[in-house]
Design a protein around this ligand. Structure first.
Ligand code: PMP
Length: 412
């Protein structure tokens, strides 16, 4: 049996059409399959590999931690220095009110923890989320997912959930003294990159404050520089009560977190004691890798200089994340492209329908560009490369993408 056949038979499948490449190596923005064919990673493992694949600083940190210890005890009992160091560093780059980190294993678990925390802190039950939002696949996170098609297949789900229209001022009237929390993506990713109207998101923050509702911002996909700032909420002049992060948080290893004030977080420690616990949460190797990756990221960010693959090699061509985004927008011109929506290097390239998008996505992979579509915008192609992508790589990728679109349109 080939590895592909074994994969299809013995590894549980999530769809009937997996990308199915057999990658054996990855570095920077590139990946190689078992036959040595090179692929360009246009999705960063779904916004995980923000500083690129195989960063040597991250590998070194993992090796070092593995040689010291791996698992010692369930989360929260023993002082594990990688957790402490990462929590301290993260909170230094967050508003003062977000000073306490609860590490989890995944983004979904961060969502789950935050929902429990909000209910517990406010003593309320209603949770509000938005249409076309994605916060994870576990049952609590699924209950607030903004699409009936996915929710309905798994009912019964959590009660007392309300879904509102994103960017709609009238919706805000539904937030009341009954609402424990609003869970929302600062920029809606799976909806096909929908940015909030700044006035709307500020009004929403205000409504949460006046009703005593906790604002939970999901930055699992938009955090860690993806949208051009370290956290997307910085661009809108608001601060959440609880922040959800994941994906790039672990530098390539599994890690999630919900972050709040110490005062709010304390409510999880009593009545009942151990009300939210997890064996592997905040794994020390993930924390060591995440901290190393975070330090690499913020160094390039705050120097605002070399955010490219080859620091030092060609310093004059250094571009910021937003400049890279603008360059891609400029290059992605084709009559078949209806629109490109973007927030930094999270970009949705819109085609007339899902069928055309699927054909282009498939041809891209054949041509060495690994891309995908969006869960609630299947007519949009995902362009979210590692943030370290260089100007030259952008030019090459955009040329190949346009050529692939031409190839599909002309039926070649
Ligand atoms: N929230 C958002 C915005 C996400 O994009 C994702 C993952 N795609 C999640 C939550 C869930 O994270 P995980 O897959 O790590 O459980």
């Amino acid at each position: 049996m080939t590895n592909r056949q074994l994969f299809l038979q013995h590894v549980a499948q999530t769809s009937q059409s997996p990308i199915g490449l057999e990658i054996v190596n990855a570095a920077g923005c590139r990946m190689w399959d078992k036959d040595g064919k090179e692929y360009f990673d246009l999705i960063s493992g779904f916004s995980v590999m923000n500083i690129g694949h195989s960063n040597p600083t991250v590998i070194e940190a993992i090796t070092q931690q593995v040689s010291q210890y791996m698992h010692l005890m369930v989360y929260g009992e023993i002082i594990e220095s990688p957790q402490v160091a990462y929590a301290k560093t993260l909170t230094e780059y967050l508003p003062a009110s977000l000073d306490c980190v609860y590490f989890t294993n995944s983004g979904s678990e961060a969502t789950e923890g935050a929902m429990k925390l909000a209910k517990r802190f406010t003593n309320r039950s209603q949770i509000i989320a938005f249409k076309n939002s994605y916060h994870g696949s576990t049952q609590g996170a699924l209950s607030i997912m903004g699409d009936e098609n996915w929710r309905n297949a798994y009912r019964p789900l959590l009660p007392d959930i309300l879904h509102l229209h994103y960017n709609n001022f009238d919706s805000l009237d539904a937030i009341t003294e009954r609402t424990a929390c609003i869970v929302m993506e600062t920029v809606q990713a799976e909806a096909g990159v929908i940015c909030p109207d700044p006035a709307w998101i500020r009004a929403l923050r205000e409504k949460c404050t006046t009703t005593g509702t906790l604002l939970v911002l999901d930055e699992i996909q938009t955090g860690f520089g993806r949208t051009g700032s370290l956290w997307a909420f910085e661009q809108y002049g608001i601060v959440p009560d609880i922040l959800l992060i994941g994906k790039a948080l672990g530098g390539g290893l599994p890690l999630g977190a919900f972050i709040s004030s110490n005062a709010i977080m304390q409510t999880l420690t009593f009545k009942p004691v151990l009300g939210h616990i997890s064996t592997f949460a905040g794994h020390p190797v993930s924390c060591a890798a995440g901290l190393a990756a975070f330090e690499v990221l913020v160094k390039s960010f705050f120097l605002e200089e070399i955010t490219e693959s080859n620091p030092g090699e060609n310093e004059t061509s250094a571009l910021t994340i937003n400049q890279k985004s603008e360059l891609i927008l400029k290059r992605l011109q084709h009559p078949a492209i209806k629109a490109v929506r973007s927030s930094g290097l999270l970009m949705a390239v819109e085609f007339k329908d899902e069928i055309l998008c699927q054909k282009i996505s498939h041809a891209c992979v054949q041509n060495g560009l690994v891309t995908d579509w969006f869960l609630f915008a299947p007519n949009c192609l995902r362009v979210a490369p590692p943030l370290v992508i260089s100007r030259e790589e952008i030019e090459a990728v955009c040329r190949l993408l346009i050529a692939t679109i031409e190839q599909v349109i002309n039926g070649r």
